[in-house]
Design a protein around this ligand. Structure first.
Ligand SMILES: [Zn+2]
Length: 105
């Protein structure tokens, strides 16, 4: 961090905090989904907003947890289907009835 501009340093800290926040939101979504799916969807939306605001990358492990089109929380076999095959993650959403595909290792 030597020689780094204070503003850049603060930005970096903001991004770290944002990532922590996203992690926590998905954790909460996992926890509440069975009882309060509406809240789980809300947490995914908040995670998306945080991700865009701080321009951080969405961690790969969370991409399987929501629909890339309507941002509903997805649990495979409950409100959608999640498959990983040949290095591709496919999420099918029961809400908007769309597929999304992203490379996934
Ligand atoms: Zn959807």
């Amino acid at each position: 961090m030597h020689g780094m501009h204070p503003r850049a340093k603060r930005k970096q800290k903001e991004k770290r905090v944002a990532k922590e926040h996203i992690k926590e939101l998905f954790h909460q979504a996992d926890e509440v989904f069975a009882a309060r799916p509406d809240l789980a969807h809300r947490y995914v939306h908040l995670a998306r907003v945080t991700q865009m605001k701080y321009k951080v990358r969405m961690p790969r492990e969370y991409k399987r947890k929501y629909c890339q089109h309507c941002y509903h929380y997805i649990r495979s076999g409950v409100n959608g289907r999640v498959r990983i095959r040949d290095g591709m993650l496919t999420v099918f959403c029961d809400y908007c009835r769309k597929f999304s595909r992203t490379p996934f290792k």
